[in-house]
Design a binder for this molecule. Structure first.
Ligand code: ADE
Ligand code: ZN
Length: 335
């Protein structure tokens, strides 16, 4: 099964670039940028990666992201992720980035996006991957700050496919961001939003009806609301599920308790993603392997999840078809 997953063509649609910052690179950047760290060693830092919930993770994640200062830092971070993704037969990625995490520390928006974009261009040319960029607003900050971020992004409009909403979910409902998403849609951005990770199903309704989300990041709590499941099923609104993240952040007590089989059985479009792989113990193939092991998914189910990842992407239809053809040929040729 590991070999089958390793060669399975797939897309990754829920990936925070700041969440790919491995401790080794984090330490190297801290050293060269003269940034003091609380942890004395890479081992001590890794040992601190034990989380009780989303917020306890976010505190460490934002602290880690503070080592990123220069365009070169963002380039190196993004290139390292693309190399790993390529090695895991990821054909297409839609990468989220959190500009406010950096602009609030005085790093210009242009520095962040120029570094990331240069690496994406490298990935397109050298690895033959296709890449999209999703600008994610931090929901623990006010809507005015999100609006200022959207305005800062407009000169870079052609490099960004979608806007999203992430960070602390509880107490920060999508309804607080209606105006900024309205403006983003008017500017032609596609829309995704984190909802139903820790927050209630009502936040998923709000993401759909008030923000115009075309895809829900996580969304695992949808199963608590039968009407919502019906809506997601009839409109085939994709969920970007991150199994290792959900277990590490205690959304589920263990992988065997994940509700992925129920989401699939309900007829929902579900995809498998790594969220913040440097913090959750594995990249996208480890996520596929963990659900295969703990939930007993077979090859055809894994292939269907990979197919859904292409269908749920923001790629043009012709590109989706080409990836689905490659995937079908791979499955047929697999012993
Ligand atoms: N930012 C990075 N990872 C996140 C997650 N899993 N939920 C919300 N915000 C995030
Ligand atoms: Zn996420």
């Amino acid at each position: 099964m590991r070999a089958f997953i390793a060669g399975l063509p797939k897309a990754e649609l829920h990936l925070h670039i700041e969440g790919t910052l491995e401790p080794e690179l984090l330490f190297a950047m801290a050293r060269r940028n003269g940034h003091a760290l609380r942890s004395e060693s890479i081992e001590a830092l890794r040992a601190a990666y034990a989380f009780d919930d989303l917020q306890s993770f976010l505190d460490i994640y934002y602290e880690g992201a503070a080592v990123l200062r220069t365009e070169e830092d963002f380039y190196e971070l993004t290139r390292a992720y693309l190399e790993r993704a390529h090695a895991e037969t990821v054909r297409h990625v839609e990468i989220s980035f959190d500009p406010q995490t950096h602009t609030d520390r005085g790093v210009p928006f242009g520095t962040v996006i120029d570094g990331i974009s240069a690496a994406l261009d490298w990935g397109r040319e050298e690895l033959g991957m296709s890449c999209g960029l999703i600008l994610s607003f931090l929901r623990h900050l006010p809507e005015e700050a999100a609006m200022a971020t959207l305005e800062a992004a407009l000169p870079y409009r052609d490099r960004i496919v979608a806007v999203g909403l992430d960070s602390s979910e509880q107490g920060h409902p999508p309804r607080d961001f209606v105006r900024v998403f309205e403006r983003a849609r008017a500017e032609g951005f596609r829309v995704v939003a984190h909802a139903g990770e820790e927050g209630p199903p009502d936040y998923i309704w709000q993401a759909l009806d008030l923000l115009g989300a075309e895809r829900i990041d996580h969304g695992v709590r949808a199963l608590e609301d039968a009407k919502l499941v019906e809506r997601l099923r009839t409109e085939q609104i994709p969920l970007t599920i991150c199994p290792l993240s959900n277990v590490l952040l205690k959304v589920f007590p263990e992988m065997a308790a994940h509700n992925l089989p129920e989401l699939i059985a309900a007829g929902l479009v579900v995809t498998i993603n790594s969220d913040d792989p440097a913090y959750f113990g594995g990249y996208v193939n480890a996520n596929y392997a963990s659900i295969a092991d703990a939930l007993g998914l077979d090859r055809s189910q894994l292939a269907e999840l990979a197919a859904a990842s292409f269908r749920a992407s923001f790629l043009p239809d012709a590109d989706k078809r080409a990836h689905l053809d490659e995937l079908a040929a791979y499955v047929k040729a697999s012993p």
